[in-house]
Each structure stands twice: as structure tokens, then as C-alpha cells.
Write a protein of this length. Structure first.
Length: 103
């Protein structure tokens, strides 16, 4: 299997999250809304995820589905989920804050 094909599979795996039987693409709108619910600045998301602040800013600046390496997306999603964010999708991007440990 080619290196590019493996990368594509890896990216697909981490660029989606699963909610109520539906795969949810992680979008810049998700990131901004999640940070707002948590009252986090980009710096705090960067620190908690291990992703650089310029990368967080770049990913949030472009509307729509995030285009980044799989591990970057996984780190962002993991940090937000650990803080209590749940990603939703009923045809539109959404997030909600849940008590930690219920997600």
C-alpha cells in the first residue's frame, strides 16, 4: 500500500468523530464554538492539545471541514472532548458542553 494511501486512511480516521450513528466532520466552526463554550482562547486550546497556536488560528480561519494531518485533528478533538465538549451533527455543525466523563 502506498504511503499516500495510508496517510489518506489515517486522515479520514481522525478527521471524523462519531455521534448517534453519524460520522461528524470536524470543522473550523466546531473549534470556535467549542472554545466559546469552554471560554478558552486559542492559546489555551493550543496548550491543552499540544498543537501550536498559529496552527489553531490557521485551522479556525478557513470555514468548513478542517484540513490538517490526522494526529493534529485527533489532538484538538481529544483536548476538547476531555474538557467536556460533544460534537454534534444534524445536518449542521454543532457542539454542546456535557459534564466531564459523559462523552
Amino acid at each position: 500500500m502506498s504511503r499516500q494511501k495510508l496517510f489518506n486512511i489515517f486522515s479520514i480516521k481522525f478527521n471524523h468523530t462519531y455521534h448517534l450513528g453519524v460520522w461528524v466532520n470536524l470543522t473550523s466552526e466546531h473549534l470556535r464554538a467549542a472554545r466559546a463554550l469552554l471560554r478558552w482562547e486559542q492559546t489555551e486550546l493550543a496548550n491543552k492539545s499540544g498543537v501550536s497556536k498559529p496552527t489553531v488560528a490557521r485551522l479556525e480561519a478557513k470555514p468548513g471541514v478542517i484540513s490538517a494531518h490526522g494526529p493534529t485533528i485527533a489532538a484538538l478533538r481529544s483536548a476538547l472532548e476531555h474538557a467536556g465538549i460533544e460534537f454534534l451533527n444534524d445536518g449542521r455543525p454543532g457542539v454542546r458542553l456535557t459534564p466531564r466523563g459523559e462523552v
